[in-house]
Design a protein around this ligand. Structure first.
Ligand SMILES: [Zn+2]
Length: 262
């Protein structure tokens, strides 16, 4: 199986020291677990509402990683809908004029709010992958933290732009159902416990083409996250799609535009 991991943070493998050292640590784990390529994003600082200098620093961190192993990595630019102009500038710097191929949105502001729209439109024009963290927390989300229902509302405003519902909302039994009818949305398997039945329910409700493998490593181990797919009671062709086929298909237009080998 060819495995592409949608969701990796080198800075969580090694919180101190250079991006290069953290990436080397990440690659050691990836090599051991048979991960061919990884999408990487975020730097060391983790403010809930990152100011522009933090976005810039995070993206610089990722740009340095990309230089070290461009054939193994896809970089996503970190952006924040509370700073639209600065986020658009980061998209130009890192994607339009740089090597990155996607954007990462975290917990600064709920994506159902229209203030995010210029960011989504520009990412859509560039065919950049759009990754939005989502969660459904039993004890309440952080103030700006989106749920799967938020990304559904966002997607309805941009019905032709593919996006990824990060973590499937964590509470995946609800997350899968929340996004089911919005067929252009894909889900990310990363970052929850490797519970039996997650992948099977996703395949049954969404079909094999809307599910993308990710680990959220080093916040989660690569092995535990791989187990969700390896251990799922689905056929091998479905596992291939989840492990790399679906992400490859999503990234292909921007990879081709940039001359990056897929
Ligand atoms: Zn993550």
């Amino acid at each position: 199986m060819t495995i592409w991991d949608l969701h990796c943070h080198p800075s969580t493998f090694l919180r101190e020291g250079s991006p290069e050292a953290a990436l080397q640590a990440t690659l050691r784990h990836a090599d051991r677990m048979g991960i061919a390529r990884m999408c990487i994003y975020l730097g060391i600082e983790r403010s809930e509402d990152p100011p522009p200098h933090e976005l810039h620093a995070a993206n610089d961190y990722i740009l340095r990683c990309l230089r070290l192993a461009p054939d193994r990595l896809f970089g996503f630019a970190y952006v924040n809908p509370n700073y639209v102009a600065e986020s658009l500038a980061e998209i130009e710097r890192c994607i339009a004029d740089g090597p990155m191929v996607g954007i990462k949105l975290w917990v600064a502001h709920r994506c159902s709010d229209t203030r995010i729209d210029p960011i989504i439109r520009r990412a859509g024009e560039l065919k950049a992958a759009i990754f939005q963290h989502t969660w459904l927390k039993t004890d309440g989300n952080w103030p700006g933290e989106p749920t799967p229902a938020d990304i559904v509302l966002l997607s309805r405003r941009h019905p032709n732009i593919p996006m990824i519902c990060g973590h499937t909302g964590g509470t995946w039994e609800l997350g899968i159902r929340a996004v089911r009818a919005q067929k252009i949305l894909s889900i990310d398997l990363a970052g929850s416990d490797p519970t039996n039945g997650f992948v099977e329910l996703a395949v049954r409700e969404l079909g094999a083409d809307r599910i993308i493998y990710g680990s959220d490593s080093g916040g989660r181990s690569m092995a535990s996250q791989l187990a969700k797919v390896y251990g799922a009671n689905v056929d091998e062709a479905t596992k291939e799609k989840i492990f790399s086929g679906n992400l490859r298909r999503m990234l292909l237009p921007i990879l081709e535009a940039k001359g990056i080998k897929a």
